[in-house]
Every structure is written in C-alpha cells, then in structure tokens.
Design a protein around this ligand. Sequence first.
Ligand SMILES: Nc1ncnc2c1ncn2[C@@H]1O[C@H](COP(=O)(O)OP(=O)(O)OP(=O)(O)O)[C@@H](O)[C@H]1O
Length: 243
Amino acid sequence: MSGLEITGLSKSFGGVCALDDVSVAFPHGKINALIGPNGSGKTTFFNCVTGMIRADSGRITYRGQDLTGRPPHRIARAGIGRSFQLCRVFPRMTVLDNLLCAVQPRTLRAKAGRSHSRAETERARHWLTRMGIDHLERAEAQNLSWGQQKLLELAGVLMSEPETILLDEPAGGVNPALIDRICALVSELNAEGRTFLVVEHNMDLVMSLSHHIVVFDRGWPIAEGPPSAIRSDEKVLGAYLGV
Ligand SMILES: Nc1ncnc2c1ncn2[C@@H]1O[C@H](COP(=O)(O)OP(=O)(O)OP(=O)(O)O)[C@@H](O)[C@H]1O
C-alpha cells in the first residue's frame, strides 16, 4: 500500500504563497528527506500534513486513509508522529515524566487520575535506553544538552509507536557525536519498519541517510529522486545558489 500522498496542497499567509499546488508522494518504509532553501515551505508542509495548520486546498492521504482537514490527534492516531525544529520538551519535568506525559491516557480511570501503568513506565525506559539517555531519567529536561533534548523528544514521539515519523531538523544545533547517534537511530528504526520524512539542512546527513529526496523551492517541488540524482540536478543547484 502507498504511504503519504499529497495532492494539490496550497497554503498562503496573507500575500505570501508558502505552498503552491504541491503534489508529492513519499514511499512507505523508506527514509525520505524534504530539503530546500530557507523559506521554501518545508515547515508549512509539515504543519499542514500533521494538522497543525489547515491548508487552503489540497488532499492528504496516508495508507489509503483521507486525512485532509483532520486535527493533530487524529493524524497521530493514524500512525504519524512528528518532532519540532525547536524541540518541544517540558524543561522543569524529569526526563522520565516527559515521556509519560507523551502518552495519551487510554482508560477513563487513567484519564481521571493521570496515573501511568507499569507497562508505560517500562516502555518509557525502553525508549530512553534506545536513545542512550536512560542514565538521565531523573534529571530535569532543562539540564540536558540540546542534542540530548532532541533524543528525548524523539523518544516522546516513539511512545505512541508511530509507523511514520516526521523529523524537523533533527541535527540542527546538535554536536557531531550526537548527530551520528541520531542518524544511527533513524537507520535502525527504519530497518525495524518505520518510515521517515526528515527536513534537514545538513546535506551530508541528508545524502548519506536518505533513500528518497524531495526538493522544494518557493513552495513547489522542483526535483525528487535518490541522493545520486539530486546531488547533480541543475534545478537543485540553481535553487541553492540562487541562479
Ligand atoms: N505563520 C506565518 N505567517 C506568515 N508567513 C509565514 C508563516 N509561516 C511561514 N510563512 C512564510 O511562508 C514561507 C515558507 O516558510 P516555511 O517556514 O514553511 O519555510 P521553510 O522551508 O521551512 O524555511 P526554513 O528552512 O527557514 O525553516 C516563508 O516565506 C515564510 O516567511
């Protein structure tokens, strides 16, 4: 079955056209990247796909389900998780509590008491271990490095077991050792069956990690294909060099 498919997506802010009739599909089971110069519409695209903002027109389908106009929680329930460019963690909460917060209480009793099951706590510890930050479980999130906070945010996304994960600049501001860790994790999680769509400015990372790349320029996809094709595409070079 197909993965995420977008048809005719448009979004303007006042007189600024951020997305202009975008039609694009991302293969399921792959690591996809969305790249483009500053202001080319990548974050707006993420926000429309995850229901954070409503597109002016267009259709969003995922695994055959129509998600157009659905609110963020419905999109999450369909199996799509996302991280943010400016990492979203609760700074004064412990690392473990940040993850437990990411879990939607499933039963009425849990909703009333906001209690978490032992299984949820174990799952939180499992993801902290996978991220390599389990030793920080009792630390306040504000005391983690920026890269560790990115790993914590990714662990939070994984708590709801999404099959597709949208990552907004996972390497932005992160030190090289942790960038390597994030790349290794994305590859491992992909090998385990998760699909990724990554917005990233670090071209070395994009070229080494991705199977499929879509390039936006001025709210419009100008190229798509494997890294080898994108690297030498004249339209892409032109968009980045401004020629
Ligand atoms: N809330 C908003 N109000 C007004 N204009 C906006 C808003 N959000 C985005 N824009 C404009 O829409 C265009 C696309 O912006 P967007 O943030 O989607 O690009 P981007 O490719 O993610 O950029 P960057 O790589 O710098 O994060 C830009 O011209 C931007 O100024």
